[in-house]
Design a protein around this ligand. Structure first.
Ligand code: NAD
Ligand code: IPM
Ligand code: MN
Length: 352
């Protein structure tokens, strides 16, 4: 029995989670999987009613689940720092989900906006540091609302924080056994403390993995190379903010935000990991029934794998790949005219 906390959240999160749950239910019998899904209504609607995104003991309520499955958070009528600092980010920190894993694969049947890219030319994974760095939430305002107002936002880099995510990324490169290459991304030419600690730590950990080749790029050049020659990347490890930015690029060069899966992992497994796609609540298309549920469904496959259900994970991934290749049941972001639920129904049928 896998006990899953489900937080649909806002906007398209509500709809794409619906489709992913369909697929998870559909794949279960074949693999003798039993699910217990517990829904938490925490969202911007919850905020409108209760003045908070989740109850104060919200994270405690999640502690005993095997995993957390989340859609997206963010509402055009509430400032993002309230919604995200009230729900998503505290969960990542509370459960020490320090490794955010975000694959970008150019699947057959999908057109990259980059010219002349063939299937699997792009096949990379960004490992994003997920609990500290620029997202440490350390800072404050002084002289609030006065002309002299000061805002301080500190990035926090710890040796242990850098070391554990960098080691995780090396291990992933080894396990993938593709190019056996790891790229580290910083901006240590301008950020002369935290990111210098990152660079030093990277060089130290690299000694433990002599079979993995490495290089270091500055974030600006890395953004360029994600466009210019994405095929050169295998595993990429980056700080919290840089990983965030790079993974939107990774998503779009492989076709759509609607294909970008993601997992917030606590590799020590002392608490639940959280599975949520890279994309947000997409207010520009919310309520239209046209969001692509594949990112959420591929994220569900990552959750299955984390729960030890490798065969079911493969089934789900194969169903998505097959559907992309045939190209008949696709949402508008991929050039199709199918609805969110038509794609979900189709995939559920394929995996059952
Ligand atoms: P977004 O990812 O929601 O949308 C960016 C663009 O990609 C939009 O044009 C959108 O229509 C498109 N898109 C995203 N997902 C799609 C899908 N599944 N199918 C088809 N098209 C898709 O980013 P944004 O617009 O910058 O942010 C919207 C809100 O979501 C903000 O409040 C933001 O803070 C929040 N956000 C939340 C998360 C999260 O909960 N993990 C992630 C990113 C952004
Ligand atoms: C993501 C999102 C979040 C992040 C936001 C909504 C706080 O953009 O998961 O990529 O930056 O981590
Ligand atoms: Mn992001």
């Amino acid at each position: 029995m896998h006990r899953i906390a489900v937080i649909r959240g806002d906007g398209i999160g509500v709809d794409v989670v619906e489709e992913a749950l369909k697929v998870l239910e559909a794949v279960a019998p074949k693999h003798d999987i039993q699910w217990e899904f517990t829904e938490f209504p925490w969202s911007s609607d919850y905020y409108f009613k209760h003045g908070e995104m989740m109850p104060a003991d919200g994270p405690d309520q999640l502690a005993d689940f095997d995993a957390i499955f989340l859609g997206a958070v963010g509402h055009p009528d509430i400032q993002d720092h309230i919604t995200l600092n009230g729900l998503l980010l505290p969960i990542r920190r509370r459960f020490d989900q320090f490794a955010c894993v975000r694959p970008s694969v150019l699947y057959p049947g999908v057109t990259s906006p980059l010219a002349d890219k063939k299937p699997f030319d792009i096949d990379l994974v960004v490992v994003r540091e997920n609990t500290e760095g620029e997202y440490a939430n350390v800072g404050g305002f002084q002289y609030r609302d006065m002309p002299e107002e000061v805002a301080v936002q500190s990035a926090v880099f710890t040796r242990q924080g850098c070391e554990r995510v960098i080691r995780f990324a090396f291990e992933l490169a080894r396990q993938r056994n593709k190019k056996n290459h790891l790229t580290s991304i910083t901006k240590s030419n301008a950020q002369g403390y935290g990111m210098v600690l990152w660079d030093r730590t990277f060089a130290e950990v690299a000694k433990e993995f002599p079979e993995i080749t490495t290089n270091s790029l500055l974030i600006d050049a890395a953004c360029m190379d994600f466009i210019r020659r994405p095929e050169t990347f295998d595993v990429v490890v980056a700080s919290n903010l840089f990983g965030d930015i790079l993974t939107d690029i990774g998503a779009i060069i492989t076709g759509s935000m609607g294909l970008a899966s993601s997992a917030n992992l606590d590799p020590t497994r002392s608490g639940p990991s959280m599975f949520e796609p890279t994309h947000g609540s997409a207010p520009d298309i919310a309520g239209q029934g046209i969001a692509n549920p594949m990112a959420q469904i591929l994220t569900a496959a990552m959750m299955l794998r984390h729960l030890g259900e490798e065969a079911a994970a493969k089934d789900v991934e194969n169903a998505v790949e097959e559907t992309l290749k045939i190209g008949e049941v696709l949402t508008p972001d991929l050039g199709g005219s199918s609805t969110t639920s038509a794609v979900g129904d189709h995939l559920a049928k394929l995996v059952s």
